[in-house]
Design a protein around this ligand. Structure first.
Ligand SMILES: NC(=O)c1ccc[n+]([C@@H]2O[C@H](COP(=O)([O-])OP(=O)(O)OC[C@H]3O[C@@H](n4cnc5c(N)ncnc54)[C@H](OP(=O)(O)O)[C@@H]3O)[C@@H](O)[C@H]2O)c1
Length: 242
């Protein structure tokens, strides 16, 4: 099993929720952590200062910005492709096509761009770990709100296998972690007690995950240099549902 002491880790969307949990766990594991954000500078700087990391603003849907971010960092050993457009944040004047572009731009293109830039330095070092955060929505028939989100997550699985293929000759691994409900602060505040209870009732283990246990599982997955091109589902037993 690999040790992560002194590795450089980039967590996209590290300012809150699952991304924040990854930042904290990677720091505990000895990494130098880059806390990426797009809008939440204050939140990202708070996380970074508490873990001795660096907050770096970059809208990952913009190729020039991602290029500049990687030039500033000088490459990473570990990439957590975690950032997403919040599916509840669609503007009232946003057309279907604009929304598709926004979601795909961050959740898929952004992840792809970060993977491409990360791979260059990983290949030079002949070591690297990529983890792409997907969702149970990659498998479930999507509700209207989640359609582009689900499509982006599903495509992420193919993208991860591609990176696994490209990285394998240099010992670089690429895997997907696909969680079900995660009880982030945002989710807990957004869902009413009744809505939350309904969600839990559909989960065989009868609860949502904590961000910390999902991050822990992701880090343990990356500790193996022999697991690559895989999808790890962590959803409280959702696939046991009849
Ligand atoms: N929460 C769940 O129940 C759940 C379930 C399954 C899978 N997931 C997956 O887990 C991951 C994290 O989810 P979460 O609930 O923690 O998400 P979240 O609270 O909505 O946080 C999203 C993060 O992405 C960042 N972000 C948004 N647009 C960006 C952009 N253009 N460039 C860079 N960063 C950007 C946000 O930063 P700013 O605030 O700075 O914009 C924020 O840090 C996502 O991939 C999500 O799909 C979540």
């Amino acid at each position: 099993m690999e040790e992560f002491q002194n590795k450089t880790a980039l967590v996209t969307g590290g300012s809150r929720g699952l991304g924040e949990a990854f930042c904290r766990k990677l720091s505990e594991a000895g990494c130098r952590v880059i806390v990426n954000y797009a809008h939440g500078r204050e939140a990202a700087e708070r996380v970074a200062s508490e873990i001795g990391g660096v907050a770096l603003g970059c809208d990952i849907s913009q190729e020039d910005s991602v290029k500049a971010m990687f030039e500033e960092i000088g490459g990473v050993d570990i990439l957590i492709n975690n950032a997403r457009v919040d599916p509840y944040k669609r503007g009232s004047d946003c057309s279907d096509g604009e929304w598709w572009d926004q979601v795909m731009g961050v959740n898929l293109k952004g992840a792809y761009l970060c993977g491409k830039f990360a791979l260059e330095e990983m290949k030079r070092k002949r070591w690297g770990r990529m983890l792409h955060i997907s969702s149970l929505w990659a498998y479930q028939p999507a509700k209207e709100r989640m359609l582009s989100y689900a499509a982006a997550k599903s495509a992420m699985h193919a993208m991860s296998r591609g990176f696994a293929n490209l990285g394998a000759p240099c010992g670089i691994t690429s895997n997907v972690l696909a969680p079900g409900l995660i009880l982030t602060k945002l989710i807990s505040e957004r869902l009413s007690a009744e809505a939350l209870a309904r969600e839990m009732a559909g989960i065989p283990l009868n609860r949502g995950a904590t961000p910390e246990e999902i991050a822990e599982a992701g880090i343990n997955l990356m500790r193996s240099g022999f697991i690559t091109g895989e999808i790890v589902n962590i959803n409280g037993g959702a696939f046991m549902r009849p």
